[in-house]
Design a protein around this ligand. Structure first.
Ligand code: NDP
Length: 310
């Protein structure tokens, strides 16, 4: 029997993804058809990205799973026509990329690099930065990405606290969880990293009230999602000095509108949603593994909890 796989993750990604997907499926010896178009009633799996034009899953009655090539699912998780299991991307190069991006931006602020990179007045200010062990870092979100980031930061010696929805133990860091743990996690943080998904429960998690909890002059690094932050509250915290600098990779509207105050605020670094992305060669392995699991009657990996929204 042939397994029919519809690639609906965007025509622009086909050339990158088709060869490694075929290679991974060939290695497994699966008889399959992989195409960008096929009759809906034939489709067994849909390889998907939330920016795909495919929004109505009703005709795909035989489809066993929708396999998302992104980690974030907020744009698809609420789709009422999607009754098939939905898996998201874990691995696929995403974790390594995110660890590198966050570590780079955290070290920039920790070491005070900006003062030396741009020093037009040639100020000689010989103050050594603190050690990582003297810097309190809080990571909100301890999933695939947040836990990897928190562990690497702790490995460099940072004093790391992590926060998640459910209790979690990770060697080398303090952990807090749930609504009641948020205040403890934020209190006194000097660098705050946001790696939460965008759900109704996480929207505006950084607001006027919670932004008052970190240490004065804290640094905010957000590669999670734009909706995690109340933009006006962050701008006010930057203006008051409560937040010294915000490095933002994700925004409520992307591309960030040219007239958004983040572009011109001296305390904000804007990066254009580049913190990490799924790399086709590694991502194809993850997708192929899930298809093989489905065909072998094993449970899918990385299934989205539709109730929780991530
Ligand atoms: P996961 O689903 O693996 O982890 C999510 C984490 O957030 C979990 O620890 C979860 O807690 C926690 N969480 C969720 N809801 C709450 C809540 N209400 N209160 C407290 N904690 C909560 O996601 P990933 O680590 O794979 O990805 C995180 C996000 O990163 C993605 O959703 C996406 O938005 C973003 N991303 C951004 C990229 C970029 O380039 N900028 C690239 C890839 C991803 P628990 O452990 O208890 O479930």
């Amino acid at each position: 029997m042939t397994t029919n796989i519809l690639f609906a993750a965007g025509a622009a990604r086909w050339d990158d993804w088709a060869p490694p997907l075929r290679a991974a499926l060939d290695r497994a010896g699966l008889a399959y058809e992989l195409a960008q178009e096929m009759p809906s009633e034939k489709v067994d799996y849909i390889v998907y990205a939330p920016d795909s034009p495919l929004r109505d899953f009703t005709p795909y009655g035989r489809c066993k799973a929708v396999l998302n090539i992104w980690a974030g699912v907020e744009a698809i998780v609420g789709n009422k026509t999607l009754t098939q299991p939905l898996a998201r991307m874990v691995g696929g190069g995403l974790t390594e990329g995110m660890v590198e991006w966050v570590l780079g931006h955290a070290l920039r602020h920790h070491l005070g690099m900006d003062a030396h990179i741009a020093n037009p007045e040639h100020r000689w200010h010989p103050v050594a930065p603190p050690l990582a062990s003297e810097r309190r870092v809080t990571v909100l979100g301890l999933g695939a990405l947040g836990s990897a980031v928190a562990e690497k930061l702790a490995g460099l010696g940072f004093d790391v606290t992590g926060w998640s929805r459910r209790p979690k133990k990770i060697t080398g860091l303090r952990t807090q969880h749930g609504v009641e743990g948020l205040t403890k996690a934020l209190k006194g943080a000097e660098i705050l990293v946001l790696l939460l998904p965008d759900t109704p429960a996480t929207e505006n998690i950084l607001n006027a009230e919670t932004l008052a909890l970190p240490a004065p002059g804290a640094f905010v690094i957000n590669p999670g999602r734009g909706a995690l932050i109340d933009d006006s509250a962050l701008l006010a915290a930057l203006d008051s000095g409560q937040v010294a600098h915000a490095t933002l990779d994700v925004f409520r509207v992307e591309p960030l509108p040219t007239d958004h105050p983040f572009w011109t605020h001296p305390g904000v670094t804007v990066t254009p949603h580049v913190a990490s992305e799924t790399r086709a060669p590694q991502g194809a392995e993850v997708i192929a593994e899930n298809i093989l699991r489905g065909e072998a009657g094993q449970p899918f990996l990385h299934l989205v909890d539709r109730q929780a929204g991530y």
